[in-house]
Ligand binder design. Structure first.
Ligand code: SAM
Length: 179
């Protein structure tokens, strides 16, 4: 069973991808990953994610200015496996049982064209359907299948704000927050 998942975000363009990359990080955090490596120089994204962790708890972290090749090689050298999400890969249901047997999984997602070398370095090239869509959607479905839904019930310790689940209306404990 996978104990640790991290996300490596490739191809981030600071002038146009800030919102999507922030959402990659927030989705990773909410759905059970521990860390995001950002292969670009954008301290603002890392700061936004850090602000969310500070208010909403948990131990997720994000890191700026990562060299993607080094990141992948180091992850593998430390015994982890690399799962690159791409519509050209093997379809998720055909490989996820095998990926789940791995202790540590680095999930690679792109923005625009991903360097061809990544396909060779990855242990798994995985499609969340063989149709084009989004890195956020692909990541969310992948993590949910990896953790088999357990991540939906995870606790986020040290939270300053906590939603009180409600059938109608908006209830939270802690400082007010706009959604
Ligand atoms: N055209 C780009 C390419 O060929 O690499 C893909 C751009 S897509 C908007 C951005 C990212 O979303 C991809 O790098 C991949 O990680 C993810 N993605 C998009 N569709 C996917 C799919 N069907 N399965 C898995 N990941 C997908």
């Amino acid at each position: 069973m996978t104990r640790e998942a991290a996300v490596l975000r490739l191809g981030h363009r600071p002038e146009r991808d800030q919102r999507v990359t922030t959402h990659v990080g927030l989705t990773a955090r909410a759905l059970g990953a521990n860390h995001m490596y950002l292969a670009a120089d954008d301290a603002g994204v890392v700061r936004s994610i850090g602000d969310v962790v500070d208010r909403w708890g948990g131990d997720f972290s994000a890191e700026n200015n990562v060299k993607w090749r080094r990141c992948i090689l180091d992850w593998k050298a430390a015994g982890g496996v690399v799962a690159h999400l791409t519509m050209y890969g093997l379809n998720l249901p055909d490989v996820i049982d095998e990926v789940r047997t791995q202790d540590r999984v680095l999930v690679v997602v792109g923005a625009e064209k991903v360097p061809g070398e990544v396909y060779g370095l990855a242990d798994y090239n995985i499609a969340v359907t063989n149709q084009p869509h989004s890195e956020i959607a692909g990541l969310a479905v992948f993590l949910d299948r990896l953790f088999e839904g357990r991540e939906l019930e995870a606790a986020f310790p040290h939270a300053k704000i906590r939603v009180v689940p409600s059938a109608h209306g908006k209830l939270a404990e802690g400082p007010a927050e706009d959604e």
